[in-house]
Design a protein. Structure first.
Length: 254
């Protein structure tokens, strides 16, 4: 039998087998030789029709994405109160806004730096978004030092000082060591001594520890990660895309 004829025959057989009712095609009770022949027929059919493999991969990816979306929706719903009102994270934008945007960020993260002006544009341009910043330093000791400094500044000097420090650290070009951070504090007319005295306190440690624990519950391992309303967004998004999502959320709420 010629190869193409054998393949065609195998394909026809495989199709016939695949279209056989489940009760008639008893896979569990096949003999070893029957199972082997069936496998060869399926293999021949797939080799003859390789596009089916791509279709199967696409379908698998769609199902995985759907499953991940359902999982993320559940994670947000289960942790929404802690995400939006943990009692310690800095809150900006419009505190009474109709939509809350939560950001998990790291000062040493390039995409967080890229996202910062986009978030600012969205919040200022909209005027009715409540912004929550969660310090999530995951890129080494320099990230941890920066977050400790920012949180300590908030505890010592308040929310306005935190925002100034946050914005400065996002654009910080130097290595965030003690000398550089003292210079930053002095440039912002903040009490560097008081901030450094607070940096290693249990209060700062507890805030970073609680945020990390929340991130773990949310299966968040990268920055930036956003929660916009009830939507979990993993990664950088430009302002115009977030604006579209904001409009959709408001449509759903109306």
């Amino acid at each position: 039998m010629k190869p193409f004829t054998r393949a065609a025959t195998a394909a026809a057989t495989a199709l016939a087998l695949l279209s056989t009712p489940a009760q008639a095609l008893d896979l569990d009770n096949m003999s070893e030789s029957e199972r082997e022949a069936f496998g060869e027929q399926i293999r021949a059919y797939l080799l003859e029709n390789p596009e089916l493999i791509l279709e199967a991969v696409d379908l698998l990816e769609q199902r995985q994405q759907q499953a991940e979306a359902v999982r993320d929706d559940t994670l947000v719903a289960d942790n929404l109160a802690e995400l939006q009102n943990d009692g310690y994270s800095w809150v900006g934008g419009n505190p009474d806004g109709d939509i809350t945007l939560v950001e998990f960020m790291d000062y040493r993260c390039g995409y967080c730096r890229r996202a910062a002006p986009e978030v600012e544009k969205l919040v200022k341009g909209d005027g009715n978004i409540r912004l929550v910043i969660k310090e999530f330093p995951i890129l080494g000791e320099a990230s941890v030092l920066s977050s400790r400094f920012a949180v300590a500044a908030k505890l010592v000097a308040g929310g306005e000082a935190y925002k100034q420090v946050h914005d400065a650290l996002i654009e910080f070009g130097s290595e965030p060591n003690e000398v550089a951070l003292r210079r930053l504090a002095e440039g912002l007319s903040l009490d560097a001594e008081a901030i450094f005295a607070k940096m290693d306190s249990e209060e700062v440690t507890a805030e970073l520890r609680q945020t990390r624990a929340l991130a773990q519950k949310m299966a968040i391992s990268g920055t930036p990660t956003f929660v916009l309303g009830n939507e979990l967004l993993r990664g950088y998004l430009p302002a115009d895309q977030m604006e579209i999502m904001v409009a959709e959320i408001r449509d759903q709420q109306s």
